[in-house]
Design a protein around this ligand. Structure first.
Ligand code: SF4
Length: 310
């Protein structure tokens, strides 16, 4: 009888902060791998994700579930902390209250406590990565992404950002699989916004099948027209993601192909600079795409929109 090969367990705590759960649903809808591959089987041969806490799918409720978080705060086995949702910091974090055994805590305190013992943090979705919609101006709740929160608290942990509203499930599972096999992507594999270059290393505009129309200055006038959607507010020219190649819902479709302009949802300045979503942003307000002197990478730098365009 063949001997079972050794399987390495990788504990994961998935904490939902100020979120809509869309990122969780997106990951659960992954097709290759499926959620079964992800949390029941071995994501990659010899490596199993041991999902200890995930409020959307776990059976445990109340104190039973919260005991796992309490134990994790003392754990020393180097779990990966996955966070989706932004973290409210205004009013000492009390815009984001969460349960704790015997009382309540703030999401801010809970995330910081979990991050201290984590081996690494994966920010899933634009809200966890950069604050996203929750941090839209004027941001009365003081929402921030996890990297900013940890920096402010002086906690030094490797953070990988998997933005998107929601992110493609491949972006998440591909990053986790890479982490299990080789460790987290290193600095040379991460772009200026903390994203894996494998998925976010190219401009969406360069991959778009409507690019020929853009070059020929043939622009759609109405939703549903087949030409380039730049005049209808498409943010593809400064959005970094492989949506046109990868496509969502098991390779079925993506925003532009479905007749909707790209919203730029993976960018650090989404949604403030990307809105109004269906209005062309004038060239004066577009983020500057320039080469970063230190890294040599092409980076997008947001700048305030001129008052006359508001
Ligand atoms: Fe670029 Fe958007 Fe036009 Fe595609 S539809 S070519 S991404 S501006």
């Amino acid at each position: 009888m063949a001997e079972n090969p050794k399987v390495t367990e990788h504990p994961v705590i998935w904490y939902q902060a100020s979120a809509c759960s869309g990122c969780v649903v997106a990951v659960l809808n992954g097709a290759a791998p499926t959620v079964q591959d992800l949390i029941v089987d071995q994501l990659v041969p010899g490596h199993h994700v041991s999902l200890r806490f995930q409020p959307t799918v776990m059976a445990g409720q109340g104190d039973l579930a919260l005991e796992i978080l309490a134990a994790s705060e003392k754990a020393t086995d180097g779990y990966i902390l996955v966070v989706d949702g932004a973290i409210p910091t205004a009013a000492k974090g009390r815009f984001g209250l969460a349960g704790k055994i015997g009382g309540e805590t703030t999401m801010r305190e809970q995330v910081l406590a979990l991050a201290k013992n984590a081996s690494a943090v994966i920010a899933t979705g634009t809200c966890a990565a950069y604050g996203g919609i929750h941090a839209a101006a004027p941001n009365p709740t003081g929402c921030v992404g996890i990297a900013a929160l940890l920096k402010e608290a002086g906690i030094n942990k490797p953070v990988v950002n998997i933005p998107g509203c929601p992110p493609h499930p491949d972006w998440f599972t591909g990053t986790v699989a890479h982490a299990l096999l080789f460790g987290l992507p290193g600095p040379e594999q991460i772009d200026y916004a903390g994203r894996p270059k494998r998925f976010f290393g190219r401009l969406l505009h360069d991959l778009c099948p409507r690019r020929g129309f853009f070059e020929a200055h043939r622009f759609a006038k109405d939703m549903g027209d087949p030409e380039c959607m730049y005049e209808l507010g498409c943010k593809g020219p400064w959005t970094h993601a492989d949506c046109p190649e990868r496509q969502f819902n098991n390779g079925t479709n993506w925003c532009v192909q479905a007749g909707a302009p790209c919203h730029g949802c993976v960018e650090p300045f989404f949604p403030d600079v990307c809105c109004p979503i269906y209005v062309k942003i004038g060239l004066a307000a577009l983020p500057q795409i320039r080469r970063d002197q230190a890294s040599g990478e092409m980076v997008a730098v947001a700048r305030p929109r001129p008052a006359e365009e508001n």
